[in-house]
Structure formats: structure tokens, C-alpha cells
Design a protein around this ligand. Structure first.
Ligand SMILES: O=C1O[C@H](COP(=O)(O)O)[C@@H](O)[C@H](O)[C@H]1O
Length: 252
């Protein structure tokens, strides 16, 4: 693990940790998240965890689910969701129910983003009410990133992106659509994601590392929305990377 760092707009550093394998990353992050949730339970009697979907966090979820803590006082919600019911294999809720909310962790309170309305636009008000009712700041927000520089469902060139990135949105969530995106989405807005005591960005593979380096090097936020996460000064983002295969190695 090597401590590298990225500068934010005001020169703060986002710490970057590099792990030898995805397994090492999953183990360390599960321990780290469990510690943060336990600290919150001791300090405030309850804890909150916002998680992303996609392929990357599944191993981490499985390890986290096995962590001993008072899950019945933990609220879990999603950073984003494809507008499909939880019975659909594309559903982030389905992933979380299958891999995180199992065993002792099944006692956690889960608040999903999918409301059953015909479209995310139609469900936006109900979802806003749901997410707006959650206690904030969150304790942990866990984010992933795509090779196109999206994070949560803040996609390059998407309809709804400007509103979702606005520093003073009136909404906790935003419906999102983009050509070629497949399912329309619901995403927590950037200020909602940043309203957290800790934010973790988890990525694997050489391609995503290149994207992260490109994002950090500068350029428009609309082209790589993850830049908005890296450039803000509200909360440090713990960046965690591991190679996907042994021959990708760690960056020099
Ligand atoms: O579409 C999504 O993509 C990102 C990254 O997913 P991954 O499969 O490349 O790990 C994810 O963080 C987000 O929650 C998801 O909806």
C-alpha cells in the first residue's frame, strides 16, 4: 500500500491507497468501513452507509456483511440506481440485498431509490422525500467510477447532470438519462454525496487508473463528472485502487 495524493482545488490532498490485489482492497475497506460505522454507533447511536452498485464493490460487500457490529442500528442506502425493479439483474438494490444485506447485516434498515413509478422523473419527488428524510451527514459514502469518468450516476453529457452537480440543488436526488446509457437512472446529487463524514472512491484495473489520472490532470467536469468529486473542498475523498490482474501491477 503506498500513500499517494491528489490535489483539490484549494490544494488539499485526497489520499490515494494502492493495494496489491482486489482481495486486499476488499479486506481493508470492509475493516475500515466497519470501524467507521462502529464509531458512529458509539457516538450517535446510529450509523449510515451509502453504497454504489456495479461490479467493483461485491467482494467488499460480502466481507463487510460478516463484520460484527450492531447492524440493526445501521441505515444503508444507494448512491444511484438503474430505474428497474429489484427483481431485475441490473438493479443495484438487488446486488446490495444479495451481497451486503445477508447474515447479521440483514438487520440493517435499507432505503432503496427505486419507487416503482413509471420513470425516474415520475419517481423523483417520492425519492427526494425518502432520501431527504435520512439523517445527515452520512457516516460513509462508498463510490465507484466508470472508465468514462462517471461516478454514482453522474454520467458525462447526461440530461440532469448540471442540476445534479449544482452546489446548491433543491433536490437530494436527480433523475438522469443519456443516449446510450441503457436504463434511465436516479442518482444522489453531488452535494448529497458529499454530505458525509467520509467518502471512499473504490476503483480497480489499469483502465480506471488512467481515467483517474486524466480526471486529476484537469479538464471539464461535464466530460468527466468524477472531477467534481476530486475538486471539491468539503470532504477528503479516500481513493483506493487495486489491479484487476497480476500483470497490471502497481503504478510506479
Ligand atoms: O453504473 C454504475 O457504475 C459505477 C461503476 O461500476 P463498476 O461495475 O465499473 O464497478 C458504479 O459505481 C455505479 O454505482 C453504477 O450504477
Amino acid at each position: 500500500m503506498s500513500p499517494l495524493a491528489l490535489p483539490t482545488r484549494h490544494g488539499q490532498r485526497h489520499p490515494r491507497r494502492v493495494f496489491a490485489t482486489p482481495r486486499d482492497l476488499a479486506d481493508a475497506l470492509a475493516e475500515g468501513i466497519a470501524t467507521r460505522l462502529r464509531d458512529a454507533l458509539v457516538s450517535r447511536g446510529g450509523a449510515s452507509l451509502v453504497v454504489s452498485g456495479g461490479r467493483t464493490p461485491e467482494a467488499l460487500f460480502t466481507r463487510l456483511a460478516a463484520m460484527p457490529l450492531n447492524w440493526s442500528a445501521v441505515t444503508v442506502t444507494l448512491a444511484d440506481e438503474r430505474w428497474v425493479p429489484p427483481t431485475d439483474t441490473a438493479s443495484n438494490e438487488a446486488l446490495v440485498r444479495r451481497s451486503l444485506l445477508t447474515g447479521p447485516a440483514a438487520q440493517a434498515r435499507f432505503v432503496g431509490l427505486y419507487t416503482g413509478h413509471a420513470s425516474p422523473e415520475a419517481g423523483e419527488d417520492a425519492c427526494n422525500t425518502r432520501v431527504g428524510a435520512l439523517s445527515r451527514p452520512f457516516d460513509v459514502v462508498l463510490l465507484g467510477m466508470g472508465e468514462d469518468g462517471h461516478t454514482a450516476s453522474l454520467f458525462p453529457g447526461s440530461c440532469g447532470l448540471a442540476a445534479a452537480l449544482s452546489p446548491s440543488p433543491c433536490q437530494a436526488v436527480q433523475a438522469v438519462r443519456a443516449p446510450g446509457l441503457g436504463h434511465p437512472r436516479m442518482t444522489l446529487t453531488l452535494p448529497t454525496l458529499l454530505d458525509s463524514r467520509s467518502v471512499l472512491l473504490v476503483i480497480t484495473g489499469a483502465g480506471k487508473l488512467r481515467t483517474l489520472d486524466q480526471a486529476e490532470a484537469g479538464g471539464p467536469v461535464e466530460v468527466m463528472p468524477v472531477r467534481a468529486l476530486l475538486r471539491q473542498d468539503r470532504v477528503l475523498v479516500d481513493i483506493n485502487w487495486a489491479p484487476e490482474t497480476a500483470n497490471e501491477g502497481a503504478p510506479a
